[in-house]
Design a protein around this ligand. Sequence first.
Ligand SMILES: Cc1cc2nc3c(=O)[nH]c(=O)nc-3n(C[C@H](O)[C@H](O)[C@H](O)COP(=O)(O)OP(=O)(O)OC[C@H]3O[C@@H](n4cnc5c(N)ncnc54)[C@H](O)[C@@H]3O)c2cc1C
Length: 287
Amino acid sequence: MVRFLRPGSLAEACAMRAEQPDAVPLAGGTDLLVQLNLRRERPAALLDLSGVAELAEWSREGDGFRIGAGVPFTRIVGEIGEQVPALAAAARTIGSAQIRNRGTLGGNLGTASPAGDALPPLVATGGEVELVSVRGRRTVSVEEFCTGPKTSLLAPDELVAEVRVPVRRGPQHFAKVGPRNAMVIAVAAVATAVDAPGRAVRVAFGAAGPRPARARSAEEFAAAALDWDRGPVDPGVAARFGALVAESCAPIDDVRATAAYRRRAVAVLAARSLTWTWNEYRRDMCA
Ligand SMILES: Cc1cc2nc3c(=O)[nH]c(=O)nc-3n(C[C@H](O)[C@H](O)[C@H](O)COP(=O)(O)OP(=O)(O)OC[C@H]3O[C@@H](n4cnc5c(N)ncnc54)[C@H](O)[C@@H]3O)c2cc1C
């Protein structure tokens, strides 16, 4: 029989997690309940986080947003989507309306799938995760948090408390490829963020390596090759940018796609994303 724990506060949730490390956190359940239904996981206990009000809140703080781990994707899109456009664009592609109503950022991080759609935008925009336990709080970058396929820095007694996302400093974009246009796990994904004041472009890929990661060689190339005085992006620059992002990937062959297809998809998505974000940057600057 599975024990069902229902904390009413974050402090209580941390205490329960410390006392019963075999209790698996449950947020929206859109990943975990699938695993339970398929009998891939048999937890001794479930730690239901739906009654923890602190996890279901977001707030603006300085130059960023603190988004509680339990805020579902629908609310991210509807309530702060314009200020965190890459994350919102990714959230819009997650599952169906029902999945987006239940699924949370904390769950996407907890699963730490290389194909988790919220992860490339968080990596590209410099998102950070705050982890909490009875031992205290610590903050790590989302890029560091994901350590490999479905593995992360989350300790057995820790919970994801919130994600900190900087307010946009320029246009952002997210694109993914899959066998159809909706309800699909990404075969390849790319998030791009222009930092206009910093004259930099940040880019991260998903589903094309063991974990989401930035392509730093492509970022350095873009910073030097783009005409920051609002010149158009040269198609050759976009293609080279895409090629550099693809070189940074470490995709595998699996049931959904070959490594070669994923690498090609990343190159195309990255080149297009750079062109789209750059054109938007030029329009913003001219407005
Ligand atoms: C039909 C369908 C379509 C889907 N489509 C997509 C898609 O397009 N893109 C995509 O990225 N995902 C997709 N998913 C997967 C899923 O919806 C997302 O990963 C979602 O973000 C999971 O959030 P959740 O709140 O439901 O997590 P849950 O299922 O409740 O938990 C997931 C994992 O995270 C852990 N966890 C949850 N909250 C915390 C916390 N606060 N602290 C520590 N650990 C925690 C849980 O223990 C569990 O291991 C889909 C799922 C389904 C069923």
